[in-house]
Design a protein around this ligand. Structure first.
Ligand code: AMP
Length: 546
């Protein structure tokens, strides 16, 4: 069996690999690393995310870079800002023992001059999204005329996103005599055109469909009627208490709707879609990566570049049109040799599509029966019992015990357990059959505006205490505030449109713990603007509600 050492990697990289805990090289690494280290060749590798491809091009690139020169020698093009940052981060970790290598990420939505400054300080490797790179080449902020290695990562995604012309222009600014390494999950005609035009006699490597047909992913589907999707989602979540998952919807409205319902039902969920600004999207992703959010509800476009390990479940809330999209979705679980589950909610008429997915991807997608309400409740109660039995005794409380025991002395054990159980389940909406909730949510949506506020869990708020705070600070009825989503550093909330002006005005120049409180309408709601000459600084104390 191949080892990283036998692939020809130097001791500095082997040391990093050991620290990372990678035991054996993956298929793409075994096939690609020796090829790139030993010969000056162009390469086409058909490999998906999750196969270890970043290390497959990253390790050889880091070994081949001339650390004595500060010139940009390696360029990696990637489709999204998220993937660009992920690659930069991965490469920096791999290069932890090679301090003289500078890796700089350049991507849109961030300060271009800051990025230019970093490039100027010396950047042997540049990781870039095509649009920003083109802009920086035009302004002469970056020089790629001397690069030796050019990596096109997720080439099919880049072309899907409309970067065809940008990529052609960028490649024209690179020297002819360089090595080009192209990684793609699929080979549409534009990718082969780029390969033919800009590569010379590329070696080709095909990696088995690890993410879709591998044993690491269990595929399954539930037949649901249109009105039952949300209930089905809740059931699946209830049955998988430690779920860390991504729920794919087809529209922004759907993502918003599903996440709002989950939050209302007490789950740690957040939506990511095109109506959020790049900064808001980054903040949501950061919370997901750190597992502050258990369920990320995403559209396919917004989810591009999501590169989070340990995702246990992918839920296809709605089936995508393209089978390739299903491949991309499900490929986000079952990574790095861990087990993952990809679940599809399909209507009866969509079962044909599932048979097609099975055939095209050569996988099995068995039908599962939705468990009954009783089974779900039973499982929830089982988890509650286990949690109690697992709880370590807190010796600091011992002295309070006699008083507590005395308080319950006249209640018999069975009644006490019944009370505790009822209390525990008070916070759950046990009415799993609330079929009107879709309509209610729709009605609400039209009358409400959604806001972003830069206070969150770090300020000791949860959704209830933030709602209480907003209601008392703005002096408006609690029922006019809903879908409060609290993350570590920021939150979202919706408020009846009639209060929008008040909200914007009330948070102007407000300072909390020496930090300016900033409240913005989310992009979709931004039809309203408020002008006020009032500039006096207000200061509010951090409020904690029990
Ligand atoms: P990628 O396909 O580059 O997105 O990699 C997917 C995940 O696999 C990343 O989290 C890597 O850290 C991890 N990984 C890469 N190579 C290995 C390896 N040889 N053994 C275990 N995990 C790996």
């Amino acid at each position: 069996m191949a080892t990283f050492k036998s692939l020809g990697l130097n001791s500095k990289l082997l040391h990093s690999i050991e620290k990372l805990g990678f035991e054996t090289p993956t298929e793409v690494q075994v096939k690609v690393i020796p090829l790139l280290l030993d010969s000056t060749t162009d390469l086409i590798a058909l490999a998906q995310t999750g196969t270890g491809k970043t290390a497959a091009f990253g390790f050889p690139l880091l070994q081949l870079i001339n650390t004595k020169s500060k010139n940009t020698q390696g360029l990696i093009l990637s489709p999204t800002r998220e993937l660009c940052l992920q690659i930069t981060n991965d490469l920096s970790v791999y290069a932890q023992n090679q301090k003289s290598i500078n890796i700089v990420a350049i991507y849109g939505g961030a300060n271009i001059f800051e990025q230019a400054k970093r490039i100027k300080r010396g950047s042997q490797i540049v990781v870039a999204t095509p649009g920003r790179l083109k802009d920086m080449i035009r302004r002469r902020f970056v020089n790629i005329s001397k690069i030796k290695y050019c990596v096109l990562d997720e080439a099919d995604e880049m072309l899907n996103m409309g970067f065809y012309e940008d990529i052609k222009d960028i490649l024209k600014s690179t020297p002819k005599e360089k090595n080009s390494w192209l990684f793609s999950a699929t080979m549409p005609s534009e990718v082969s055109f780029i390969a033919r035009k800009f590569m010379s006699k590329p070696r080709e490597v095909y990696i088995g469909k690890i993410n879709t047909s591998s044993k690491n992913i269990i595929h399954q589907y539930y037949v649901v009627s249109r009105n039952e999707r949300y209930l089905a989602l809740r059931s699946v979540i209830s049955l998988n208490k430690d779920i860390f998952g991504c729920v794919f919807c087809r529209t922004k409205i759907d993502t918003q709707k599903v996440s709002e319902k989950l939050i209302n039902d007490g789950y740690k969920a957040a939506a990511i879609h095109g109506d959020l600004s790049q900064n808001q999207r980054d903040a949501v992703m950061q919370s997901f990566r750190k597992k502050k959010i258990q369920l990320l509800i995403a559209t396919d476009v917004a989810a591009r570049g999501i590169d989070v390990d340990d995702i246990t479940h992918i839920i296809n809330y709605r089936l995508p049109d393209e089978i390739e999209t299903y491949t991309h979705r499900s490929g986000r679980t079952g990574r790095a040799r861990k087990q993952g589950v990809s679940i599809i909610f399909a209507t009866k008429s969509e079962e044909k599509k599932i048979r097609l997915i099975e055939k095209k991807l050569n996988i099995n997608v068995p039908r599962q029966e939705m468990p009954s309400y009783e089974v779900i409740l039973n499982s929830k109660i089982g988890s509650w019992i286990n949690e109690i039995l697992k709880t370590p005794i807190n010796s600091n409380l011992k002295s309070y015990l006699p008083g507590v025991i005395k308080s319950f002395i006249n209640i018999d054990k069975e009644l006490l357990i019944e009370l505790m159980l009822s209390k525990e389940f008070e916070k759950y909406d046990l009415n799993l059959h609330d079929k009107n909730s879709d309509d209610q949510a729709n009605n609400k949506k039209n009358n409400y505006d959604r806001f972003f506020i830069n206070i969150g869990a770090r300020d000791q708020y949860d959704w209830q205490t933030l709602k209480d705070f907003l209601s008392s600070y703005l002096k408006i009825d609690k029922n006019d505030i809903f879908q409060v989503e609290v993350m570590k550093n920021f939150s979202f909330f919706s408020i009846k449109k009639i209060h929008t002006a008040l909200v914007l005005k009330s948070f102007e120049n407000v300072v909390m713990d020496n930090r300016k409180v900033s409240v913005e309408l989310t992009k979709k709601s931004k039809t309203f603007s408020f002008n006020s000459s009032q500039k006096k600084k207000k200061s509010i104390k951090k409020r904690r509600f029990k």
